[in-house]
Design a protein. Sequence first.
Length: 152
Amino acid sequence: MNKQERINTIYRYQQRWLVLRSILAVLTGALVVLTLQSNGESIYTIPLALVLIIMLYVIGRERRFVRKLTDVKQAKRIIDWQYVSEMGLLVLLAILFPLIVLIGWPGWSLFIVFLSGVTLLHFVQKMLDRQISEYDADQPMRREIKLDFVKD
């Protein structure tokens, strides 16, 4: 499969699961806010944990799908790191936000943690994108899997 076919395939896969991922993202955000408002009551933290597990499953499923598109072992390893870093940030933020509030740190520390995590993820994803093209020229970079690059 050439690069353009892979881009189209991955894009179609992501579009198929877009509604579920969006619902899970909104639920995660809402449950984090409710957990923060309730000082960590289990009525919100347990559903938050369940939604996170479902979100991790959906991201892991996409990772396995994208991995199947290449036969290059190093490229598969980089794909794993791309998705693991994304999942790690999601879990880290969902756990750290309520923890920071419960500890009583100032409100601006939430912004610093979020901004630091997103910035770190951006640089890690960029570095991994450069590496993947070295091992498998037909494997699209994450930034290429957008509507701009899809040609059906």
